[in-house]
Every structure is written in C-alpha cells, then in structure tokens.
Design a protein around this ligand. Structure first.
Ligand code: ZN
Length: 768
C-alpha cells in the first residue's frame, strides 16, 4: 500500500505538471472569456498566460485593419501605453500577422536563422535598444477566428534552457491563440454594437459599464450633464472625458481658458442668449477657417445653423463641455452684472456715426456715444487688472485695420481683443481726457496718469504714455501701478548665502546699497521688501520715488516731480535737512544724485538706490565712469544686488526628464565647470531636469508666476581696494566670485536644477 503510493508519487511529476498546466489553462481560458474589454486581455491577463510558459515575456497583439498594423497595450508604471507594429516582414510579430505562419526562433539576432524562415524577415532591435532587454528565443503564432486574423501572440526568451521552444509549448501557444481568437472577435463585435461617446472610458477600464449606466440615470435625475456627473461622482478626470470625446467625435477637445482672445469680429452679430441656449460659440479664425466649439459636433441641424449664421462652410468643429462653452460665452460677452460686455458696448456704438475719415485733421465726432466709449475703456482697464496685467498696449493701425489691444502678463504680451478701426480716435481721445493729456496734440508724445476707481471701489493708478506712430495715429501704453503688497524678504527666493549676506549689510547703520537691473526686473519690490525688514519706529526713513508704486506704513514717501525741478537730487538734499536715518532714492541716473548719495552714506546714513546696469560689477565701473570719487565710493559701498525676473514653471504640469549628456555638459559649461564642481551634482541615471508642460491652470503655457534671480556683490575690503584702483569689470567679478558671489546666470541655473524655472527662461533674461 505504502509502496504503491510512493511509486505513484515518483512516477507522476510529469503527469502532475501536465495536470497543473491543464488546470491553469482552463482557468485562464475562463478569465479571457470573462474579460470586459480588450485592455483586460492585453494587460491584466498577460501574466496569467505567461505563467503557462517557462518564459520571460509575452505580448498579445490585436489587428488594426484600417491602419494595417497590429497593436498592443502595456503598463509603463501606472500609465497605459500603446505599441504599434506594421503588418510586414520588418519584424517578427509583423511577419506572423502578414503570413499567418507560426515562427519559432532560437536566436533573434542570428540573421542566418531568420533567412531560413524567410529571405526578407528581419528582427526589429529598437525595442531591445530602448528597454535593455535582450531578446533570444521567440515563439510567435497568429490568432485566428474562423479565417479572420485577429492578432498575434508572441512569447520571448525561455527560462534556463538553450535552444528553441518545444513542440509542447508550440501546441500550448496555439491553444491559447484559439481562445484569444474567440475572445477578441467577441470584443470587437461588442464594440461595434455599442458605440457611445464614452466607449473610451469603458475600453480603458476607467469606469465599469454598470456604473456608466447608473451615471446616466443620476445625471437625468439631477438634471446635470452626464460629463459633470462622471467627474463629480465617478472621479473621471476632465482630461479623460476629453479623450473620450475626441475619440468619439474625431475632433479636438477644447477646455475653457480665461486667456482666450475675444473674437470680436466673429461674435459681433450673434446674440449671447441664443449661443448659451444652443451651446456653441466661435473661438477664432485661422487660415480662413473659423474654429467653433460645440457640445455635439455630430449634430447636423446645429452645424447647419452655425454655417448659416457665420455665413461660411469653412468651419472646424471642436468639442467642449457645456459648462466650458457657457464660460467662453460669458468671457466674451459679459463678466459681472456691474460691468458691460465688450460686445454690448460695441453693439451700442453706431458704426456710421463713429466713422472717421482718413483725413487726420478731422476732429473726433463727439456724441452721446461718449458714455459708451467710456464704458469700453473702463472695461479694458478692469479686464487688464483682473487678468493680472502690468501693461495695456493700445495699437491702432493705419487704414481700416483693427485696433489691437494687448496685455502684458508675467512679462509677456498677448492679444486681448481687437476693436474695429472706427472706434480708434474716440478711444484714444477718451484715454487722453482721463489722463489729463491735451487731445489736440497728436504729433508729440505725452505722458500722464489715471486714477481709476474699480467697480469694487478699489483705486488703481495707471501711468499713461501716448506716442505718435506711423500713419498719423497714436499708440497708447498704460502701466498699471501695482498697489502692491510688500513682500517679506524671506519670500524673495534669495539663496541662503544671499539672504544672510543681504540681511547683514542692511542692518548696518550707514553705507550704500544698490539694487540694479533693467526696467521690470523687480527692483522696487526688492527695495520695499528690504525697507520693510528694517522699518522700525526708532528709525526715520525717507523715500523719493517716481512714481510711488508701493506704499508702506512708517515710511515717509515722496513723489518727485522733475518737470518742476523737484528731481531725485533735490529730494535727497531736502531729506538731508530732515533728520533721516535711512534714505531710499528711486534711481541714480545722474552724477549729482549719485554724488549726494555717496556723501549721505559717508555722513552716517544708510542709502538705498537703483541703477539700470546689467550686473553688480558693471555698476561699480558705471558709477566711477560717471565721475564718482573712487575713494569715497569704496568707503561708502556695502553691497550691490543685481536682479532679474524669470517665469516659473507651472507646478501642476511641469515635466521631469532625464537630460542627455550633451545637455548636462552645456549647463556645466555655462555655469563654469570649476564652480559647478562645488554643487556636487554628477551626471547619473537619476538626474532630472524640468521642462514646461501645459495645463488649464497655466493657460497651456507651462509657466505660472515669476521669481527673482540674484547676484549679490559684497563690498569686502579686497573689493574696496579694487574699487579704489578703478579696476575692470572682469577683475571685480572674478574677485567677487572667488569670495562666494553667484552670478545671475549661476543663480538661474541652480533654480532651474531645482525645477523652479527652466534654462530657456534663465538664458532669456541673463544672456544679452
Ligand atoms: Zn500648467
């Protein structure tokens, strides 16, 4: 009895293994037939099938007849990716699909072996090269259903043993292929039968069919769009909804962006309420074709209406969510109840009445439309403010071309709106009246100011410049003076070294500190942050500014008026008679101001100012060239901070990537290899650089907000000696770097390496 059992046990490992295989095969067969979609078969069941073979890897391809390709899906991390292979003899799987033959190869790299199978057959090494996987054995078989090719199953690399796959394994592969054939056929038939706009979500396993059905019910009950319900309740992302819609409608999915340019010409004759009801709106005209967003691009009736109203068949339809279409319409027509929409305003203007002839001496026609023009200008200023613009550019063109209005946001200009040419004269006049400029003077530049009260009651100040341009028209540029908050010094993105050195020199009782850089590099913001740091009741702080952009409690701030002779130098002289501890003077643009500044800092005052120089060392040479006494200046100087603003990468969508060696080398070169060494960053596989992506939050630009780059030169004893000797920029820079100064470019590179910004932005502001 005992012997008998023993004999059975020792005789049966082969049998047992066969039984195990049959059981596993049955199990996987059931699971294949139960699969909800193709993705489950290709991805989720893959390991189960691979278990039947003593092999390393397995891929199931599905035929895409239309494209004459086979494709498969795989997971890269958590992301689903697709691989596609042409049906041709250029790859093993492609060959199997092309010829319907079973292929069993012992070494994919053995060209002779491949040639025996077919003269043309080649092995595509690109995948191996990319992944580092070294293919050896390949067993590939076609997947049939009746006489229709459904796909290819491919098994790679036997475990342990040499030689090719065994006859038994081939048999097993053919059995699996047969099961797959039925399953893939059923999946395809299933998909053909049910084609809704959310197939993509089902096919990609993002939602179960029952849940989709339930969502339909719920959306109907709640009277909300199905998409909204899917996003809210079933946590489907807007991006996936977009992919599903793109897949279904074969067009682009557009998401709402408040940076969209108002398509004045296109919506001039369309009624807002009608568009809101019908759920479509034109966005722009590109190469003669009008882009329209609509909730259902397949709706023939709607397309007919759209083509009639826009009077063209040259229309490109894009799909968007109903809520986004409404938002676009609101953006184009109206913002809040207290504000008028651009189109409302333009609609109320009588075109004929406002018509201005090309004769430049014709006076503007002043009519009751004035109040409408007023609303138009108010709307522009309000919108600019709401979008965080720093400048408004109004650019009339000659002839009958539109007036373009552009806003500068975060340092870059972009089109906000174009207004028909017939309004240009009235619009420019209105702005000139608001800013107390002479409307009869059109051939000379003028500048003025507007104090503007927003609907919220808030007051905004704008500096206005009018400039005569080609063709007898006038451009107007308005700078919105930021009623800025004062930023704490800790939030200025100073490096540790810069922060501690800067706080050290600004706590000295006397001396001179300069902040330098081009216009718009944030010098005023920095100086106010510095003053805030040392603004205490026991200190008297006088500032002379042009204009006063930021007000700060505790400072005595003075607006200079060069027109009446009250310039920076005059302000400084009066401060010195008014018992100051600290003096901030807007700019040292002349010898006089600089000289008084140096003297003031030598007589026990802490003096701050700015200059339009490019770098810290250049500033020293510039002042000496101006005629400032080197000995006095060397004595007075505490430090110079050069500054730039760079756009920062949008946190939501920035993409880490592994840089090439060349790219890395280039960064090291620009940083200076001997200094880069100290950063302790080496090229290795984990090294990540960052680049912009593009998402809703950043308006598809990949950038959001700005940050400072800094170069802080400290006037050490050695630097002072070099100043006294009137040394060159080169010598000063080398000494400062030797003592720990990072240049603007270096600071920028460090901030890029940390992923705050990227090298493109840094180069843009640092390299002349
Ligand atoms: Zn973004």
């Amino acid at each position: 009895m005992n012997g008998h059992t023993k004999a059975q046990a020792s005789a049966s490992p082969v049998l047992e293994e066969k039984l195990r295989l049959r059981k596993a095969l049955l199990d996987i067969t059931n699971r294949i037939h139960a699969a909800q979609n193709i993705k489950q078969i290709l991805v989720d069941l893959k390991d189960g099938i691979l278990n039947l073979f003593n092999a390393h890897s397995l891929t199931i391809y599905v035929v895409d007849i239309l494209r004459h390709e086979i494709y498969s899906l795989f997971l890269a991390g958590t992301q689903l990716k697709e691989i596609r292979v042409p049906i041709s003899n250029q790859s093993i799987a492609g060959f199997v699909a092309n010829t319907g033959r079973v292929v069993n190869i012992s070494d994919a790299y053995n060209k002779e072996e491949l040639k025996i199978i077919d003269r043309e057959l080649s092995f595509d090494q690109s995948w191996d090269n990319k992944s580092g996987f070294r293919t050896k054995q390949i067993l590939a078989a076609p997947v049939w259903y009746n006489n229709q090719l459904m796909g290819v199953i491919q098994i790679l690399n036997k475990k342990g043993t040499e030689g090719s796959f065994t006859e038994e394994e081939i048999g097993l592969a053919l059995e699996i292929a047969e099961v797959l054939g039925v399953a893939l056929y059923n999946q395809q038939r299933f998909e053909r039968r049910r084609k809704t706009r959310f197939d993509y979500l089902i096919n990609h396993d993002l939602i179960k069919e029952e849940d989709l059905d339930r969502a339909w019910e719920e959306a109907r009950e709640q009277k909300e769009p199905l998409e909204a319900c899917l996003m809210r309740k079933y946590k489907i992302t807007k991006e996936d909804i977009g992919r599903a819609l793109e897949d279904f409608y074969h067009c682009r999915f557009i998401q709402y962006s408040d940076k969209a340019v108002i398509p004045g010409d296109l919506i001039k004759n369309l009624k807002k309420d009608f568009l809101r009801r019908e759920l479509w709106v034109p966005l722009e005209k590109v190469d003669g074709k009008i882009h329209v967003v609509v909730d259902d691009p397949n709706n023939i009736l709607k397309r007919d209406t759209i083509e009639n109203l826009l009077k063209t068949k040259q229309i490109i339809y894009n799909v968007a969510l109903a809520e986004d279409i409404i938002k676009f319409i609101n953006l184009f027509y109206l913002t809040t109840d207290t504000e008028y929409s651009f189109m409302d305003i333009l609609g109320r203007l009588d075109d004929d009445e406002m018509m201005v002839t090309d004769d430049e001496d014709t006076d503007e026609i002043v009519t009751e439309s004035d109040s409408v023009i007023m609303q138009l200008v108010n709307k522009i200023i309000n919108d600019a403010y709401n979008r965080g613009a720093s400048d408004i550019h109004i650019e009339p063109n000659i002839g009958k071309k539109n007036v373009e209005i552009r806003f500068r946001v975060d340092g870059d200009c972009s089109l906000y709106q174009s207004v028909p040419f017939s309004y240009r004269a009235a619009m420019i006049s209105r702005i000139k009246i608001m800013s107390n400029l002479d409307i009869t003077v059109k051939r000379l530049p003028q500048d003025g100011k507007i104090k503007f009260r927003r609907p919220t009651g808030e007051e905004v100040e704008l500096r206005v410049a009018s400039i005569p341009t080609q063709g007898g028209v006038e451009d107007v540029v308005m700078r919105i003076l930021a009623k800025g908050e004062i930023m704490p010094l800790e939030n200025m993105a100073l490096s540790n070294r810069n922060y501690s050195e800067l706080t050290n020199i600004i706590s000295k009782p006397y001396g001179m500190i300069l902040c330098v850089g081009p216009t718009g590099s944030g010098k005023t913001t920095t100086l106010h942050a510095v003053l805030r740091h040392i603004n205490r009741p026991d200190r008297k702080i006088w500032t002379a500014e042009d204009p006063v952009e930021i007000t700060q409690y505790g400072l005595r701030q003075v607006q200079v008026q060069p027109k009446i002779g009250f310039d920076f130098a005059a302000a400084m002289r009066s401060f010195l008679r008014a018992d100051p501890d600290i003096i901030m003077v807007g700019e040292m643009r002349d010898f006089e101001t600089a000289k008084i500044g140096v003297e003031a800092s030598l007589t026990g005052h802490l003096v701050f100012s700015t200059l339009h120089t490019n770098s810290a060392p250049e500033t020293i040479v510039r002042l000496l060239d101006m005629g400032i006494d080197p000995l006095n200046f060397a004595d007075a100087l505490l430090g110079i901070l050069a500054q730039r603003l760079v756009r920062t990468l949008c946190d939501k969508c920035k993409e880490p990537y592994h840089p090439s060696k060349d790219e890395f080398r280039e960064i090291v070169e620009s940083y200076g290899p001997e200094y880069f060494e100290k950063l302790n960053i080496r090229y290795n596989n984990d090294l990540k650089f960052y680049r912009p992506g593009g998402c809703d939050i950043c308006g598809r630009t990949g950038y959001r907000g700005r940050m400072g780059l800094h170069e802080l030169l400290i006037a050490t004893d050695e630097i002072k000696r070099l100043i006294q000797k009137h040394e060159t920029v080169e010598v000063l820079r080398n000494k400062a770097m030797e003592q720990g100064m990072t240049t603007l470019l270096q600071d920028g590179i460090i901030k890029s390496l940390k992923g705050f910004t990227d090298f493109v932005q840094v180069r843009r502001v640092c390299i002349k």
